[in-house]
Design a protein around this ligand. Structure first.
Ligand code: PRX
Length: 678
């Protein structure tokens, strides 16, 4: 799809940091420094909360020891570990390395063995209203059958399996079936294109691809299998079989000998399967995410440390009571939030959860709230973009449903503006529930910075404090912690159990990307500010990564997709603020002379064609909101595109300081040359 970049993109200088005002421009965020509302914990909630204030001091006294205690307490080990943290090969850290366990045994079998087999694990709600209930005993049977079926298709411990499925129970069953076998899953979000799927299958050398005929999206079947066929037609020597779930019943092309129906292979398989015991550091999954270069990074996570932090954070940040709560995380399993807070965290903790296939407005805008009322959801975890969308639709829609079961609300994926935060608490949470704004990343594996419900006095718009056992700070350009009241770069200063263990097949890129900017510190790529109390306010990415509806997209990757079109000579992409999606993709393109001659720069034709081209290359989620044809791009003397200036144009602001441009007249040219106002 795009050319790998030989060196990691340089980290921008401190001047590139978004100031408070920078974040205030995103998604209509108001000025954070004037936000002074406070929400102390409710006494009754605090009295029953899982978390308590002493945890911070306990964990700070011995961080590895704290996590070792959690690993012993929350997980079942077939071979207990004696080593906690191995830093000898930093930044390749190892946690609980001599211990052995199986992830699916922890997520499923042990609950059945403990007599909890009848507990509902998943209340599945299809978009069209079809439902399925899976207990932990059902999950044990289904994951065993699927593991046996995958094994029969040649999957062995240590192999990789690509998963390209809609949000249906089989997605979770497949992930757990892989984990039963000790094979790493590589889930590719169903909204990614055949091209994106192909590069991920090749990079991971997947042996089997698990997919479906399609899924239901906005009331209609949306095909998935054709993208797999197209991806494999490009060549994928590692793939022996495609396992296909029948979901929509739409017709599919069939490759004899390669393609196998799920209902044939899995239904016929034995329901007995012994989970394979693996080392704590055995890879559990790979998940590709956008970085600053054109090539997505295969972030890989291992078993023991990841599960420890997934389970601990899920219990404490959401105050989960597995016997009584009904938990619902709206994320798709194609993203890290779905991995940690739909699959591993909740299931390891023995929770009962809702899984919903579709969109919030199908068939009507009250669908989510109808689901909350139907299942008595007590904990809801979603993204600011969804909250802002619901806010726009109006209070009357949620008000028409009984939301009184809710007791904890969570937010993730991008900064939540204080207005959306307070709306979420007031309208969805009945002015009663704690709201936890959770900061973390695909790389961190689990929540890192968040208030603890029942403990923290919440500040709308701030993720606030590193969790017990997590050491994070905001530093300046020279790696010195900034004083309270100042902004800088967010770093994690000590290893944590669910940290990424690397970039699949590229250890050097891992060391360069995350550990070279500030020696010995993990650089997250986010700007942040510490307020007068030292609480952390996230300010957005400081690198060439955009955040659109909580989805990470790389400017470089979209630029590469654009220039792969024959019309485009050069492209620059920026993330411009957007009221609903946080940021939106805006592309500036210089067309080739021959294209100009043919098209006469008809803005509609150019826009439509190039938007579709990006959707084809990467996926519909990466489609630019706008494609603007310009005669030139603003560049420094060293040839670097000054995206800051383009962002000013895209956000209708007065263009900032352009004195470092090689040619200062370029911005005037762009202003004159724009085919239509942004
Ligand atoms: O910029 C931060 C933003 O999302 C990035 C991580 O994206 P991804 O790996 O796709 O994972 C998203 C779900 C964990 C971060 O670098 N981000 C995530 N959560 C927050 C956030 N920004 C501000 N506040 C948050 N709560």
């Amino acid at each position: 799809m795009t050319e790998p970049s030989p060196t990691p993109a340089p980290v921008p200088p401190a001047e590139a940091l978004p100031a408070d005002g920078g974040r205030a421009d995103h998604g209509g965020l108001e000025n954070l420094s004037t936000e002074d509302r406070r929400f102390p914990p409710d006494a009754d909630f605090a009295a029953q909360a899982n978390a308590h204030a002493d945890l911070y001091a306990w964990a700070a006294a011995d961080r590895p020891g704290f996590w070792a205690d959690q690993a012993r307490e929350l997980l079942s080990w077939s071979t207990p570990f004696t080593q906690t943290l191995d830093t000898s090969d930093a930044p390749f850290f190892r946690w609980f390395a001599d211990g052995r366990l199986n992830a699916t045994y922890n997520a499923v079998d042990r609950h059945v063995e403990a007599g909890r087999g009848d507990r509902v694990a998943i209340h599945f709600e299809g978009e069209g209203g079809d439902t399925r209930t899976l207990t932990y005993a059902d999950l044990q049977r289904e994951t065993s059958k699927a593991a046996n079926a995958l094994a029969a298709l040649g999957v062995r411990t240590g192999d990789r399996v690509a998963v390209y499925l809609p949000m249906i129970p089989e997605a979770i069953v497949t992930m757990l079936a892989c984990a039963r076998l000790g094979a790493a899953h590589s889930v590719v979000f169903g909204g990614f294109s055949a091209e994106a799927l192909s590069s991920r299958i090749l990079d991971a050398e997947a042996k089997v691809v698990v997919t479906a005929d399609g899924g239901f999206r906005r009331g209609a079947p949306s095909a998935l299998k054709p993208a797999v066929d197209e991806a494999l037609a490009k060549g994928a020597p590692s793939v022996a079989h495609v396992l296909v779930v029948r979901r929509t019943g739409q017709p599919v092309e069939w490759t004899q000998g390669r393609d196998v129906w799920w209902h044939d292979a899995v239904e016929a398989a034995s329901a007995q399967h012994e989970p394979v015991e693996v080392d704590a550091e055995h890879p559990l999954f790979i998940l590709y995410t956008s970085g600053t270069t054109g090539k997505p990074k295969g972030i890989f996570h291992t078993t023991g440390g990841y599960l420890t932090q997934a389970a601990w954070t899920h219990l404490n940040v959401f105050d989960l009571k597995p016997e009584t709560d009904v938990y619902w995380c709206t994320a798709d399993v194609g993203w890290i939030t779905g991995h940690t807070y739909v699959v591993y965290g909740p299931l390891v903790n023995g929770a009962t959860q809702v899984v919903y296939e579709g969109t919030p407005d199908t068939p009507h805008k009250g669908r989510w709230w109808e689901i909350v009322a139907k299942y008595g959801v007590t904990i809801l975890y979603t993204a600011p973009t969804a909250i802002r969308t619901c806010m726009k639709w109006g209070d009357a829609i949620p008000a028409a449903h009984d939301l009184s079961s809710l007791r904890v609300l969570g937010s993730v994926g991008e900064p939540i503006n204080p207005e959306a935060w307070t709306w979420y608490r007031r309208v969805i949470g009945g002015d009663r529930t704690p709201v936890v704004d959770t900061w973390w990343q695909t790389e961190t594996g689990a929540i890192m910075i968040s208030p603890l419900p029942g403990v923290t006095t919440a500040k709308p718009g701030s993720a606030q404090v590193p969790l017990p056992g997590i050491a994070a700070d905001v530093v300046d350009d020279t790696a010195q912690p900034v004083p309270n009241g100042s902004g800088g770069y967010l770093v994690v200063t000590e290893p944590w159990p669910s940290m990424l263990r690397g970039i699949w097949g590229d250890p050097q890129r891992y060391a360069d990307t995350y550990w070279s900017r500030f020696r010995g510190l993990y650089f997250a790529g986010d700007g942040a500010k510490k307020d007068a109390d030292g609480d952390v306010w996230l300010l957005g990415r400081v690198d060439d990564v955009m955040n659109v509806s909580g989805h990470r997209l790389s400017t470089t990757e979209i630029e590469s997709a654009l220039v792969s079109h024959t019309w485009v000579a050069e492209a620059a992409v920026v993330g411009a603020s957007d009221d609903t999606t946080g940021q939106a993709v805006v592309a500036f393109v210089i067309l080739r002379q021959d294209a100009l001659e043919v098209l006469g720069t008809d803005p509609d034709a150019v826009q439509q064609t190039l938007r579709d081209h990006v959707a084809k290359e990467i996926g519909p989620i990466a489609k630019p909101r706008q494609v603007l044809v310009v005669p030139e791009l603003p560049k420094t003397r060293s040839g670097k595109i000054m995206r800051r200036l383009l962002r000013d144009v895209a956000e209708h602001r007065t263009v900032g300081d352009a004195t470092t441009l090689a040619d200062a007249s370029v911005m005037d040219l762009i202003a004159q040359g724009l085919q239509r106002p942004a």
